[in-house]
Write a protein of this length. Sequence first.
Length: 234
Amino acid sequence: MTRREELAANLAAVEERVADACAAAGRARSDLTLIAVTKTYPHTDVALLAELGVGDVGENRHPEAGEKATAVEAPLRWHFLGGVQTNKAGAVARYADVVHSVDRAKLVASLGRGAEAAGRDLEVLLQVDLGPAFGQPSDGRSGAAPDDLADLADAVGSTARLHLGGVMTVAPLGIDPAPVFERLRRLSEALQADHPGATTISAGMSDDLEQAVAAGATHLRVGRAILGERPPLR
């Protein structure tokens, strides 16, 4: 089996899962955006996925993400999913279309300056750390506390070139993701009271996409189920 055939088969299997989850939740498949997370995989895989109809690609690390965005000529929408160091924000703003991991005001300001310098608009999502709400310790890298979302959203709203898309979370390991995603949905609804355009709910990965769809996720971040087990980090 060629790599293209392998990716096509994996992608078809994931699409079937998404379609089944949408049917179970009474939702339209068109309500969901599938992001293929290609971190650690070569840009040739990204190009193959584009040929197979994938339009949204997710990356976690800079400069790897920027190198792939430059190497792949297909018109893709690039999602930066990993933590962003403030001093790298300007570089990320030059190629990312959406940053899912905004968790502090200082990063908002840095992304805004980077987007302004690049002359382009940037969509950002507020990453929420829901671990403590479910008895899990915060590792300091999992996002902002729910109580900080309103101020963070206002900071994005007042920053030129930035657009507040919505919220994102990663379900803590070892617990049922369903209530975590339900809590994220409720936070999204509250946020939309003051920011009606912030409708994106980024939640769900290879192991829990069904629960995310049931809870109202609009964007799924799926890597392993599409690309296979990841090679060791370089």
